[in-house]
Design a protein around this ligand. Structure first.
Ligand code: S3P
Length: 426
């Protein structure tokens, strides 16, 4: 386990950076490339542990994937080109890999065993196993390791009780190789990268309110995909600039899909100095440049309801920002945080409390009272990349900095996070 010491940054952070490719889109680009026919060329692919695990799983299913210079090329042969792997598929820490792959594997006429690390083995898979079983897919268990197979799967109608892009996407991927129509709905809109990628691959489907309908067995042809920078990675540096005195930071090429920009809406509501420019579109995904500056007069805010799925991965870093805002910030309707890479409600509350924050966990979120002066503490990432990065940013403003155990967890989504942090502190 690596321990990292972060020093307090009285000079602020400065510069112009770009963040690595979007994790959600990188996973989907590989999977869509694998089930399409022909070459899919991916620019800006995120070479992080999670996405590399997706790549390795697909290679074990006998999909040829090459890395050349800055591109990744997937030579897809359709669903019928996927062949039984010789060994157990290992997804590491990646919930997106296992849940989306279960959708694909549940339509294939051979048994695959799929598993992951200790965190994955504890996370709920019944949320995909239950609907996918209705298609005719067979599963040995509700938690990893799982043996999965399926023949002649059929379209289903499923009203998901949770707003989860992983559940929706798993069902849609299964739908592509099943006979008949699949209808899937969710209680609140979750990120829609799968739908946008379906359109990019010329798959026809209908979307009415929160219900998507797709007819199976449509043929996909390989495409070129440009992956924008990940707003969930940018969020750490945006927050860093906002809470660290004397800071000014520009981040280029950030994905601004409105199902992901809840973080920007909330920070603006809190009074943060953020501007967005250079709007454009990349394969159906909005992108732009984000400029963030130190914002000394932040106010507390309530974060709940439909906003939650739009910023679910940014709640750890928003909790840190809330420690620097005047008044009580309330985060609710976010019980999904309990089943992420770690229980992010207790992990955020425990670690920020060690630093002197006034933060209380609740059943479906937390309350944070600001403004607090944070102090050095020996903290841990809990093996969770986003907790690790949030604590590193806390170190920029904590008296005496921060010492973070299990810091290498950041590699799951942002392998060069600490190097980039050093660059902007210099
Ligand atoms: C993801 C969806 C979200 C998110 C995760 C990535 C995706 O999970 O938290 O980091 O790529 O579909 P849920 O869909 O389970 O909320």
């Amino acid at each position: 386990m690596t321990t990292r010491k972060i020093t307090n940054s009285s000079q602020g952070i400065h510069g112009t950076i770009s963040v690595p490719g979007d994790k959600s889109i990188s996973h989907r680009a590989l999977m869509f490339g694998a089930i399409a026919h022909g070459e899919t060329v991916i620019h800006g692919f995120l070479k992080s542990e999670d996405c590399i695990n997706t790549m390795k799983c697909l290679q074990q299913l006998h999909v040829k994937i090459e890395e050349k210079d800055d591109v990744v090329i997937v030579y897809g042969k359709g669903f019928e080109g996927l062949e039984k792997p010789e060994r157990t598929l290992y997804v590491g820490n990646s919930g997106t890999t296992i849940r989306l792959l279960l959708g694909i594997l549940g339509t294939l006429p051979f048994e695959t065993v799929i598993t992951g690390d200790d965190s994955i083995k504890k996370r709920p898979m019944d949320r995909v196993v239950k609907p996918l079983s209705k298609t005719g897919a067979l599963f040995s268990a509700n938690k990893a390791p799982i043996v999965v197979s399926g023949t002649n799967t059929k379209g289903i109608t499923y009203d998901s009780p949770i707003a989860s892009a992983q559940v929706k996407s798993s069902i849609l991927l299964a739908a592509l190789n099943s006979v008949g129509t699949t209808n899937v709905s969710e209680p609140k809109p979750s990120r829609d990268h799968t739908e946008r990628m379906l359109s990019h691959f010329n798959v026809s489907y209908q979307k009415k309110e929160n219900m998507i309908s797709l007819i199976g067995k449509q043929k996909l042809t390989g495409r070129e995909i440009n992956v924008p920078g990940d707003i969930s990675s940018a969020a750490f540096f945006i927050a860093a600039a906002i809470i660290t005195p004397n800071s000014s930071l520009e981040i280029h090429n950030v994905g601004l899909n409105e199902t992901r920009t809840g973080i920007i809406d909330i920070l603006l509501k809190m009074g943060a100095n953020i501007t967005i420019s250079n709007h454009s579109k990349m394969n159906g995904e909005e992108v732009g440049t984000i400029h963030a500056e130190y914002s000394p007069n932040l106010n507390s805010v309530e974060i709940c309801g439909e906003t939650i799925p739009r910023l679910i991965d940014e709640i750890p870093i928003l909790a840190l920002v809330a420690t620097q805002a005047n008044g009580m910030t309330v985060i609710k309707d976010a019980s999904e945080l309990k089943v992420k890479e770690t229980n992010r409600i207790t992990a955020v509350a425990d670690e920020l409390t060690k630093c002197g924050a006034k933060i209380e966990p609740t059943n479906d979120g937390m309350t944070i009272v600001g403004k607090s002066t944070l102090q050095h503490a020996n903290v841990t990432s809990h093996g969770d990349h986003r907790i690790g990065m949030m604590l590193a940013i806390a170190g920029l403003i904590a008296d005496g900095g921060m010492t973070i155990e299990d810091a290498e967890a950041v590699s799951v989504s942002y392998p060069h996070f600490f190097e980039e942090l050093n660059n902007i502190m210099a």
